[in-house]
Design a protein around this ligand. Structure first.
Ligand code: NDP
Length: 490
């Protein structure tokens, strides 16, 4: 049984209230850890510490190359402990081990990317009228509240912690209450590499208490959040008090569009990957499959044939291709959506139930599920289910594909499969979405910006865009001829 404490001012701490929370393995319901259950008081303490550390200037004023050395060291340690971390991720989140291994490797690469970026040329100069010289430099925002979800517990943490620290900020980080394990291990590494006390703090606990305090506190300059749209909205409101800078990476209902001229087997393969990877608990999941009428039936038939062969089981079984959902509450939410789909009149052609056979009865397993004969106004077509549930939509031509694709409040991601290069780009350019793929789905790069249009969020993570989100821009105007301006006569 793991005992997880919070990390504040370079020390491991229990919650002030003494409360703890049981952390459960979603594959079998067993308690794997006991985590400190912080509340607003713990968050306030961590925020004060981070404020003092930032205002003290030690971290922000450290040469970028020295900050980078800490981040490179974290990457090395993540790799040294990769197998342990991957196993813990699977134990806590449920995802198959091969996915956890990929996440840990990606987390190390993300630290290296931002370690490198911290020392690269930055700023601009402007050719303004003599005798002035104008330039712009980037500076850290200050104290950053970082709030992450449970679907990629380690990776989502790193997507925020690495750029925030690289840019010279101090942080108060909050993992999801259901998946704090690997984030706590990451803070062990942060301690080990010697990041100065107070720079990086972690408070565990529930969103409405700890998360809300981070969003509300006037001592916090910026909040960066990934999670559901409803929570994102509440964070925006809470952040309004001190006009906090905000970055929100919210949900999606992303369209994966397949034209009749696409490579058939490639498109089928990616359609499965788009929705069933990580049990569909992916913000950018291709949860709507848009099929051109002429291939619809044949495509669905092949898709169902393959979906039925996906091996669902505990993530630590090497044969497993799809694991359990993250928690009982989330499984119940997904199953409710499946019932809603049936009641709305969509036709279930694959899955639709909880899996309890072959030792899965204590875990939160749901079959790969596919609905056809859907209509755009159905809730299973418009709302984010965040599980292994695919809604298939049928279209006649390019114009209808674009209209359906853009027909939700979200705008995170989208894919197009076709053999016609011009058509692919035409359609992509019309998609109101921030992340798109042609003849592919899902690849994500530390170098490229991640985020959405419409209600999928504000701002971008990753790449230089993600780094900029953790900086302020300062204009500096220098007079090269030091003499009075002479505006007033006397
Ligand atoms: P949430 O958006 O509630 O959780 C994400 C993070 O926000 C967690 O750390 C959570 O804390 C925290 N949080 C919750 N409420 C608040 C608040 N009022 N103020 C500040 N922080 C808060 O996601 P859920 O786990 O409830 O999932 C709900 C739905 O959101 C999912 O079904 C899915 O549709 C979507 N989602 C989207 C994700 C994405 O990547 N875009 C990721 C996760 C969910 P804690 O969990 O500790 O309470």
């Amino acid at each position: 049984m793991l005992d997880l404490k919070m990390y504040i001012n370079g020390e491991w701490a229990d919650a002030q209230s003494g409360k703890t929370r049981e952390i459960v393995n979603p594959a079998n319901g067993e308690v794997i850890a006991r985590a400190a259950e912080g509340d607003a008081a713990d968050a306030r303490h961590a925020i004060e510490v981070a404020r003092e550390a930032f205002d003290g200037g030690e971290w922000a004023e450290l040469p970028a190359a020295q900050r980078a050395r800490f981040l490179f060291a974290i990457a090395d340690k993540l790799e040294e402990r990769a197998e342990e971390l991957a196993r813990l991720e699977t134990l806590d989140n449920g995802k198959p081990l091969r996915e956890s291994r990929f996440d840990v490797a990606d987390a190390a690469a993300c630290f290296r990317y931002y370690a490198g970026l911290a020392t690269k040329p930055d700023g601009q100069t402007y050719p303004v009228a003599d005798p002035m010289q104008a330039m712009v430099v980037r500076e850290p925002v200050g104290v950053c509240g970082l709030i992450v979800p449970w679907n990629y517990p380690l990776l989502m943490s790193v997507w925020k912690i690495a750029p925030a620290l690289a840019a010279g900020n101090t942080i108060v980080f909050k993992p999801s209450e259901v998946t704090p394990v690997t984030a706590a291990k990451l803070f062990e590494i942060i301690e080990e590499v010697g990041i100065p006390k107070g720079v990086a703090n972690m408070v565990m606990g529930a969103g409405p208490t700890v998360g809300n305090e981070l969003a509300e506190s006037h001592l916090v300059d910026k909040v960066s959040f990934t999670g559901g749209t409803v929570t994102g909205r509440s964070i925006m409101k809470a952040a309004a008090g001190n006009i906090k800078k905000i970055s929100l990476e919210l949900g999606g209902k992303s369209p994966n569009i397949v034209f009749a001229d696409a490579d058939f087997e490639t498109a089928v393969d990616y359609a499965l990957f788009a929705i069933f990877a990580n049990q569909g608990q992916v913000c950018s999941a291709g949860s709507r499959l848009l099929l051109e009428e002429s291939i619809h039936d044949r495509f669905v038939e092949r898709l169902v044939e393959r979906a039925r062969t996906i091996r669902v089981g505990a993530g630590d079984n090497p044969a497993t291709e799809m694991g359990p959902l993250v928690s009982q509450a989330h499984m119940e939410k997904v199953l409710r959506y499946i019932e809603i789909g049936k009641q709305e009149g969509a036709r279930l052609v694959c899955g639709g139930s909880r899996l309890t056979e072959n030792g899965l009865d204590k875990g939160y397993f749901v079959e790969p599920t596919i609905f056809v004969d859907t209509a755009p106004e159905m809730r299973i077509v418009r709302e984010e289910i965040f599980g292994p549930v695919l809604a298939v939509q049928k279209f006649k031509d390019e114009a209808e594909a674009i209209k359906l694709a853009n027909g939700t409040a979200y705008g995170l991601a989208g894919g197009v499969f076709t053999g016609d290069g011009a058509k692919a780009l035409r359609v992509i350019k019309k998609l109101r979405a921030g992340i798109t793929w042609i003849n592919s789905y899902h690849p994500t790069y530390n170098e490229a910006p991640w985020g959405g249009y419409k209600q999928s969020g504000i701002g971008r993570g990753l790449g230089t865009f993600g780094y900029d989100e953790f900086t302020e821009v300062k204009q500096i105007n220098i007079n090269l001829q030091v003499e009075p301006v002479g505006w007033f006569e006397n």
